[in-house]
Design a protein around this ligand. Structure first.
Ligand code: PDD
Length: 276
């Protein structure tokens, strides 16, 4: 496979990063993951806007203009002849002798890669089981940074418990999934955590809220509790590669009747129609 390194397209095996890269040493960097459907990047613009915001919040200077980065990512997709899959790219602050504060002379480093992900609707699972995990992350979860240890530990807990996702809660308040946003449906209303510092404002989350608006599904962005989660009529998570994924069981408790709910189904159908 060919990867993107700065402005070059090189073989995966040839690519090397500096041992003093701040992404490697501190997780000092940002990333985005985007879906590619039929060779086209899905929701490119909002992903790039979020990247710019993440960079700004961390005072990280992008190595190239967003237009140039976009051009290179499109080239990467072309070179790898990716039809359906994920394009992942990250930007670190760069390499410099290790010190916590930002070095004076450092230039950011972009790397990117693609992976195949065929969209076979007949093989799509009906839903997943989710675990619960305390949200132990920092207080700027709105920035899409490479610092993901809190997310990784939660996902690992879910994994060993045979769950597809960990739904995080700060005390009683549900925030989001370890790599997704969480939604519940109660009495026909869609509820999801507001886009503040406690969650990543998912591009899929925003897209689903937009679909809900178009479909006339009432929704509210407000905090909800673990109790509301496990007693919801429907639960689903959203994310770039998960799209809209029903949660049919949480820990030992089945959600409602354990089947995909009507609101979730409507949203999945609308989502599918948009990417076909
Ligand atoms: N994860 N919340 C967290 C903590 C995430 O890591 C993600 C995405 C989301 C959903 O965001 P979006 O809809 O923009 O993908 C929410 C990516 C896919 C990842 O880390 O691989």
């Amino acid at each position: 496979a060919t990867i993107l390194y700065q402005d070059q397209f090189i073989d995966r095996e040839q690519a090397k990063v500096d041992i003093e890269d701040r992404g490697y040493q501190f997780g000092d960097g940002i990333y985005e993951a985007m879906m590619v459907y039929s060779g086209q990047i899905f929701l490119l613009e909002p992903h790039m806007k979020r990247l710019e915001r993440s960079a700004r919040e961390l005072s990280l200077t992008l190595p190239y203009s967003v237009a140039h980065i976009t051009e290179n990512i499109k080239k990467l997709i072309e070179i790898n002849q990716l039809k359906d899959g994920v394009v992942y790219f990250q930007i670190t602050r760069g390499a410099a002798p290790r010190q916590h504060f930002f070095p004076d002379h450092v230039s950011s480093v972009i790397t990117g890669s693609v992976s195949n992900h065929t969209r076979d609707l007949s093989k799509r699972p009906k839903g997943i089981k989710a675990s619960l995990a305390e949200d132990i992350r920092w207080l700027r979860c709105d920035i899409k940074t490479l610092n993901l240890l809190g997310n990784v530990l939660a996902k690992q807990k879910a994994h060993v418990e045979g769950s597809g996702e960990a739904i995080l809660h700060r005390g009683n308040t549900v925030t989001e999934g370890s790599s997704s946003n969480a939604f519940i449906v109660k009495n026909g209303q869609l509820i999801t955590h507001p886009a503040d510092h406690f969650i990543l404002n998912g591009i899929t989350r925003l897209f689903v809220l937009d679909l809900a608006k178009q479909l006339g599904i009432p929704f509210v962005e407000r905090e909800f509790t673990v109790d509301e989660l496990v007693n919801a009529d429907e639960v689903f998570i959203t994310g770039t590669s998960n799209e809209v994924n029903p949660v049919l069981q949480i820990e030992q408790q089945v959600v409602a009747d354990g089947e995909q709910g009507p609101v979730t189904k409507k949203l999945i159908k609308a989502f599918d129609a948009e990417v076909e």
